[in-house]
Design a protein around this ligand. Structure first.
Ligand SMILES: O=C(O)[C@@H](CO)OP(=O)(O)O
Length: 210
């Protein structure tokens, strides 16, 4: 058994349900999102995982998801570290806009480029590359050393902050990352070698991306 790192995107948020660009805005989970987070906790429990520390962002939907997972695991007292470095990509001027309205205004292709390309930022916001430039140094300085010491680490964060991390762990290139989507409330379980290389990866709940 290698070193354990589990990544989970928050459950469905109110703005996911309303189909709005969210970024650094701070909606909470919907009822469905609460159920997804609890199901993620149950799946981890059934698979026999417990944790030594968890990391999350400063946004409510990720913290709430983290709390619900820890409650299912009976680990409410686990140390939780909250840091802005793990926040969702800043969607800039798109924040709060409806994604279908944006497609009508700027076209399907342009909106897809803003949402999934590596280095093209939405107006006034962060590209995935910009997001990676804060997520990866934080991961390497704060999170990975603990994983490599043998601590079992849970990270509850966001679609695009986790895309930047999975891109690095899975060694995806700039073309491959376009097709990478991370589903809500579906734990991604990594086993890492003592050098931080991925030994195995499994996703505990198969859910469609939304
Ligand atoms: O709105 C957002 O902040 C993100 C995640 O919900 O959206 P997208 O999947 O379009 O990057």
């Amino acid at each position: 058994m290698g070193n354990l790192l589990v990544l989970v995107r928050h459950g469905q948020s109110d703005w996911n349900e309303k189909n709005l660009f969210t970024g650094w805005r701070d909606p909470d989970l919907t009822e469905k999102g609460i159920e997804e987070a609890k199901a993620a906790g149950r799946a981890l429990k059934e698979a026999g995982y417990t944790f030594d520390v968890s990391y999350t962002s400063v946004l409510t939907r990720a913290q709430h998801t983290n709390d619900l997972i820890l409650a299912e695991l009976g680990q409410e007292d686990l140390p939780v570290i909250r840091d802005q470095a793990l926040n969702e990509r800043d969607y800039g001027d798109l924040s709060g806009l409806n994604k279908d309205d944006a497609r009508e205004k700027w076209g399907e292709e342009q909106v897809h480029i803003w949402r999934r390309s590596y280095d093209i930022p939405p107006p006034g916001g962060e590209s995935l590359k910009d997001t990676a430039a804060r997520v990866l140094p934080y991961f390497e300085k704060e999170i990975l050393p603990r994983v490599l010491k043998g601590e079992r680490v849970l990270v509850a964060a966001h679609g695009n902050s986790l895309r930047s991390l999975v891109m690095q762990l899975d060694k995806l290139n700039q073309e491959e990352v376009i097709a990478l989507n991370i589903a809500t409330g579906a734990p991604i379980v990594y086993e890492l070698s003592d050098k931080g290389e991925v030994l195995s990866k499994k996703i505990l709940i198969e859910r469609d991306y939304s």
